[in-house]
Design a protein around this ligand. Structure first.
Ligand SMILES: [Zn+2]
Length: 165
């Protein structure tokens, strides 16, 4: 693993909130983030909620267009609403749901911005990738607190990481 790998929690318990992704999906998101650099990329995480929605199991990452005005895309994103609807309907037809949203932070930490917090939805996982010089620095997942005041970090799990009792 190393500096380009995803951020993994340690001592994850089944009661904890977590998002489970495959290495392939992480790799697809990283490729997307590198390709749009120095603009933010964005996309949907499609999958299923498990364990009273505490666990999100991601089956697919779907790229979305960033329709924020171009001159601000280095630090802002808005998912194309038309693409969102099409993807959501397609997911539902396959028994999947939108369980999260991913986007990149070119030259900024993988932490939610004030803008991200103001426009976030509860329940969904927000996976943020820090990118510098088109290279991935860090990938982390976040959940909006119930009072919507701020995000809390969420465990990001891939195949190689075990959930411990
Ligand atoms: Zn952001």
């Amino acid at each position: 693993m190393g500096a380009n790998s995803a951020h993994f929690g340690t001592d994850i318990k089944p009661s904890d909130e977590m998002v489970i992704l495959t290495e392939e999906i992480i790799s697809q998101m990283h490729t997307h983030a590198s390709s749009t650099y120095p603009e933010e990329c964005c996309g949907l995480l499609l999958g299923n909620f498990e364990n009273q929605s505490k666990t999100k199991r991601v089956i697919e990452a779907r790229r979305m267009g960033n329709v924020f005005p171009k001159e601000e895309r280095y630090h802002r994103y808005t998912i194309d609403p038309k693409e969102f609807l099409v993807a959501e309907e397609d997911a539902e037809s396959r028994g999947l749901e939108v369980v999260g949203i991913y986007h990149s932070h070119p030259n900024a930490p993988a932490r939610p911005s004030k803008f991200d917090t103001d426009f976030a939805w509860p329940t969904l996982s927000y996976v943020i990738m820090e990118v510098a010089n088109s290279k991935l620095v860090e990938t982390r997942s976040w959940l909006l607190k119930e009072d919507r005041s701020e995000f809390a970090p969420e465990a990001l799990i891939t195949g190689g990481n075990k959930v411990v009792e």
